[in-house]
Design a protein around this ligand. Structure first.
Ligand code: HEC
Ligand code: HEC
Ligand code: HEC
Ligand code: HEC
Length: 201
């Protein structure tokens, strides 16, 4: 069995109880998932409950969901006021307000202080460290600095067949492509230094 450590690790594992990794280390939100504003709005746009043709609709919806509110009624009222103000000249404003209020009611519980900020999810690695708690390429085997945790590069876990939109999605690459992030290749294991579930930094 190999033991992997980060450079600069100084603690003594012998002083602690060892535990075997189990389901909950990754599936830490198996039932009630508190979706982040970014993911909840993306999902609603994909499902068509938020109309993607409304100008700046993703930004406006994420902004209003990212604010902190004391109570649910206060939040729902503010969501309505803010979105009606920004989309005042559109007949779809009612449907937009209803969709965003529904996201709020299902994923945010201000009286319990429960939302995506309080309950991270370890699945994946975009908004929280998740798999990159270990698969970051920086954990090296004790006594063998060349050996790192297997599956510490994007292609070990993902085969990107195609990406982009429109015609780009018709060009499949069975060998797998590099991840194009915004407009350039990006393959560093530090996604959550910018992605927080709200607007990326
Ligand atoms: C190393 C992290 C990790 C551990 C540990 C882990 N899982 Fe998973 N599990 C995943 C990932 C990643 C997926 C795929 C999630 C997705 O597709 O969104 C998954 C998917 C699943 C699914 C859904 C499968 C499907 O067909 O949709 C079930 C059920 C599941 N895991 C059960 C378990 C159980 C039970 C254990 C413990 C015995 C466990 N997992 C341990 C990472 C893990
Ligand atoms: C707490 C540390 C830790 C976390 C978190 C973790 N892993 Fe791992 N994982 C390991 C270690 C260590 C190994 C290597 C085990 C060995 O070689 O015996 C491994 C092995 C694997 C392998 C097998 C690689 C191979 O080629 O043998 C896969 C696939 C994998 N992990 C996927 C995941 C995914 C997906 C996640 C996130 C959902 C995840 N792991 C989260 C520590 C972790
Ligand atoms: C140890 C396995 C593992 C490695 C290494 C890994 N990923 Fe992932 N990645 C996952 C899992 C698991 C998910 C979540 C899948 C899910 O939720 O269904 C994910 C999700 C993603 C997503 C979708 C994020 C979103 O929410 O839209 C992207 C993009 C991504 N990975 C890119 C990368 C890139 C780029 C790298 C290399 C820097 C990388 N991954 C390395 C396992 C891995
Ligand atoms: C330096 C900051 C930064 C880092 C690091 C970063 N991103 Fe991003 N990412 C951004 C910005 C800014 C956008 C554009 C956001 C927009 O257009 O709304 C973006 C957009 C995205 C998108 C599409 C929009 C969304 O949120 O779903 C995905 C998916 C994504 N990044 C995944 C990743 C993954 C996976 C990694 C790590 C391998 C990563 N990013 C690392 C800043 C970053």
């Amino acid at each position: 069995m190999s033991e992997y450590r980060l450079p600069g690790f100084t603690n003594d594992p012998a002083a602690y109880e060892m535990r075997t990794m189990d389901c909950m280390d990754c599936h830490n939100r198996p039932s009630h998932r508190f979706r982040s504003p970014n993911d909840a709005v993306d999902l609603a746009i994909t499902l068509g409950t938020i109309d993607r043709k409304l100008p700046w609709v993703k930004s406006n919806a994420v902004a209003v969901l990212t604010q902190t509110y004391d109570t649910e009624p206060h939040a729902l009222e503010n969501i309505s006021r803010s979105l009606r103000d920004k989309h005042s000249s559109t007949p779809q404003a009612d449907a937009l307000v209803t969709a965003v209020q529904k996201i709020y009611s299902e994923n945010f519980f201000p009286e319990m202080k429960a939302d995506w900020r309080a309950y991270p999810e370890n699945m994946g690695h975009k908004d929280w460290p998740g798999c990159f708690r270990c698969h970051d390429g920086r954990h090296k085997a004790v006594g063998d600095a060349k050996k790192k945790i297997p599956a510490s590069d994007c292609a070990s876990c993902h085969t990107i067949l195609a990406q982009g939109s429109g015609e780009a999605m018709d060009k499949l690459n069975p060998k797998g492509s590099a991840f194009i992030h915004i407009d350039a290749e990006y393959e560093t294991a530090d996604c959550n230094s910018c992605h927080t579930g709200a607007f990326p930094k």
